[in-house]
Ligand binder design. Structure first.
Ligand code: ZN
Length: 68
């Protein structure tokens, strides 16, 4: 009888609102997802991005309306 034990590591990607700090889980994956993937999933989760000139900020659904 042969046995093998594997440790499965998953990475959880979470977007954090730059205003209220609310966290939303985007996905769990075997490898950390890239920048584009993070952006797309955050957008799909209702987050929005703002380029402040020197920094990129992201805001959740609730904070977005107060900033538009
Ligand atoms: Zn927020």
């Amino acid at each position: 009888m042969a046995f093998r034990t594997e440790e499965i590591i998953t990475y959880k990607s979470i977007v954090i609102c730059d205003d209220c700090k609310k966290e939303t889980e985007l996905c769990e994956s075997a490898y950390p997802i890239g920048f584009d993937n993070r952006m797309n999933r955050a957008l799909a989760a209702g987050y929005t991005f703002k380029d402040t000139g020197k920094q990129f900020k992201n805001y959740c659904k609730d904070c977005r309306t107060t900033r538009e």
